[in-house]
Design a protein around this ligand. Structure first.
Ligand code: URA
Length: 256
């Protein structure tokens, strides 16, 4: 698939100047993505039945059985009442994309539109995220996108530690099932949560981190919602994306 003109259009949408070669034009190779036959698209379900308000319990959630598959995991997420967010959500937001994807994108938590539609990153920030991904040769449908929290915090407040603690096993199970080759984390809160640090985003960007027992390569960049408010930092986000893509390509070349 040739993404050249599209990629340029998206770089323009990102507000990023395009590099133009002075001499011979160089063919831009799209980043390899999972093969078409491997594509299994997780389509968000229509609004799942929600627990009755009195079903809410503060007792710890039942641990996930090791090796739990996508279907049962989705059901466990949809039925979760492990924290107060189950009282205010419209529906859970499990995650979306290719369950054979090599890239996992991790955000913070659903916003209002995601809560309404049951799919992560569907609002304005989602459109920018799509543009950012496409700029490195990754159409949205070729990656898997998930959040730290599967339910919307009211008023889009920051996730609370107990909410993160109750929800993180779901994301860990998603990572275990997907076995991504690269994790791209967007935003300070998701980054600090996954790396168990309070270091500022500026210190976490531009470095290769690793996540979990599999030590999956992990790169951090700005949250697209932040970039919508602070377009001057789009240039730095573009550097992060190029770094993530180069790291992934090196890794793939080493393992082939
Ligand atoms: N912001 C996030 O971090 N995740 C979403 O799904 C939407 C907005």
């Amino acid at each position: 698939m040739q993404h050249g003109p599209l990629r340029n259009a998206y770089l323009d949408a990102l507000g990023i100047d395009r590099w133009v070669p002075r001499h011979a034009p160089v063919e831009v190779q799209p980043t390899p993505v999972a093969s078409a036959e491997a594509r299994v698209i997780e389509v968000p379900q229509a609004r799942a039945p929600q627990p009755a308000p009195d079903a809410f319990t503060k007792t710890p959630p039942v641990p996930l059985e090791p090796g739990i598959d996508w279907g049962p995991l989705r059901e466990r997420v949809a039925a979760c009442t492990a924290c107060e967010l189950c009282k205010t959500r419209t529906q859970t937001v499990f995650g979306v994309g290719n369950t054979r994807a090599e890239w996992l994108i991790i955000g913070e938590a659903p916003g209002a539109e995601e809560d309404r539609q049951g799919e992560p990153f569907v609002g304005r920030a989602g459109q920018l995220l799509n543009a950012m991904l496409l700029a490195i040769g990754l159409p949205r449908e070729t990656v898997f996108i998930a959040n730290i929290l599967k339910c919307r915090p009211p008023g889009n407040r920051d996730p609370r530690p107990e909410e993160v603690a109750r929800c993180l096993p779901f994301l860990r199970a998603q990572v275990a099932l997907l076995k991504p080759k690269m994790i791209l984390v967007v935003g300070r809160i998701a980054a600090q949560t996954l790396l168990a640090t309070d270091a500022p985003l500026a210190r976490l960007r531009g470095k290769l981190h690793h996540f979990g027992e599999a030590r999956t390569p992990l790169v951090i960049t700005y949250h697209p919602a932040y970039l919508l408010r602070t377009p001057a930092d789009k240039r730095k986000a573009w550097d992060d994306l190029k770094f993530a893509r180069a790291t992934y390509q090196k890794l793939v070349a080493e393992t082939n």
